[in-house]
Structure formats: C-alpha cells, structure tokens
Design a protein around this ligand. Sequence first.
Ligand SMILES: CCCCCCCCCC(=O)SCCNC(=O)CCNC(=O)[C@H](O)C(C)(C)COP(=O)(O)OP(=O)(O)OC[C@H]1O[C@@H](n2cnc3c(N)ncnc32)[C@H](O)[C@@H]1OP(=O)(O)O
Length: 194
Amino acid sequence: MSATNTAVQPPADAAAPVRHPEAPAPGEPVGSHYANCFGCGPDQPHGLHLAARAGEGVDITAEFTVRPEHQGAPGLAHGGVLATALDEALGALNWILRVISVTGRLETDYLRPVPVGSVLHLSARVTARAGRKIYATAEGRLDGPDGPVAVRADALFIEVKVDHFIENGRQEEIQAVMHDPDVRRQARAFEVNP
Ligand SMILES: CCCCCCCCCC(=O)SCCNC(=O)CCNC(=O)[C@H](O)C(C)(C)COP(=O)(O)OP(=O)(O)OC[C@H]1O[C@@H](n2cnc3c(N)ncnc32)[C@H](O)[C@@H]1OP(=O)(O)O
C-alpha cells in the first residue's frame, strides 16, 4: 500500500456505482468465484458455502447458516467467521460490477450475538467508486431479511488484475485453476470492461 487514504467512506467526488449490463439478472445466483474458496466454494468442506443472488441494483443478498464448526463462544458464532461472511458477501459484488477486486479494509460492527443454527440474512451493496477504489457496505440480520441487524461492515475494495492472483498465489493451486478453461474464460472476461 503506497498511500495513506484508506478510509472506508467514499470521498465527496466519488462516482455512483453502475450495474454492469452483463451482471446476473435480479434473483439469479452469482456463482462461486473459486470452488475451494472458504467463503463461497462448494468444494470447501470447512467453508461457509455462501450462495449470493444478484439484487436489482448494485447489490446482492445471501444466507449463511451458522454451523457448530463456526463457534467462538459456546453456541455462538465466532466473530472472525461472521467477518468472513460479510467479506464474502461484499466480494460477491464483483459479479454485479463485473470487476475483480480484493478487500483492502473491512470495518465490522457486532451488534447482537449470532447463535449456532441461526440463519444470517446478508445483504451488500456498492455505495461509490473512485478510480480503483470500490466502497461498499454489508449487513447481516437474524430472524429473516427484515429482522434485527446482528452484524454490519463498511469496506474498501481495490480493483486488481487477474495477474494479482497469478503472481501471488501458491503455484500448486494457480496451476490447477489455470488448466480449467471455464475459470480462465471467466477471469479474462472480467478484465474487459466497457
Ligand atoms: C476472482 C474474483 C476474486 C474475488 C475475491 C473476493 C473474496 C472475498 C474478499 C477477500 O477476502 S480478498 C482477500 C483479502 N485481501 C487481500 O489479500 C488484499 C491484500 N492487499 C493487496 O494485495 C494490496 O494491498 C492491494 C492490491 C489491495 C493494493 O495494492 P496496490 O499496490 O495495487 O495499491 P496501491 O498501494 O497503489 O494503492 C491504491 C489505492 O488504494 C489504497 N489502498 C491500498 N491498499 C489498501 C488497503 N489495504 N486498505 C485501504 N486502502 C488501501 C491506497 O491508499 C491507494 O489510495 P489512493 O489512490 O487514494 O492513493
């Protein structure tokens, strides 16, 4: 990180976010960006298995069922796991913008304990963009999509190229995904933005 402007709130001159014309239609699943992702990967046995759906704007919704393996205190979700759920919901916004970005900063508020067995109803939306910076916010509610807010987060994501992963990831996993033609096509498509 080269500069000091790391605030999660957008500057006054930030632009309004725009839904990409090829974003999934409202209600459609956005899909998993990586089968072994701890947040959304279907092949990750220890993961959260978050399955996000596109909203009507630059937003998504998702549900996270808290399992016994997600505990911190007895019978309650671990705070780091809840931050992961928020982070993953925010990361799913990439599909709506059709941009590849990674979390730069994530500020989380824990408002209510989240019991094991409960379903956290997540929603996330992009609030603004400024250059490579994407400002977004997310919340998780208990007892349904209109229930009380248990956790929330403001985040700053930074747009990156596919090379960010190729250059920094462990070669074993990089080589495995590079041989998957679907992954390659999908990743490159995200880099060709209008
Ligand atoms: C294929 C789809 C993938 C979808 C992934 C979603 C999964 C869920 C989300 C995640 O978990 S992502 C994984 C966790 N995040 C990371 O691993 C990111 C690690 N950090 C980095 O790799 C670099 O720091 C980063 C690419 C984010 C930035 O490095 P750069 O060299 O490209 O940026 P630079 O230093 O030029 O800074 C550009 C601007 O961003 C700001 N910035 C950079 N890093 C920041 C940071 N960490 N926090 C806040 N602001 C940051 C920086 O201040 C600057 O602001 P200004 O333009 O106003 O000067």
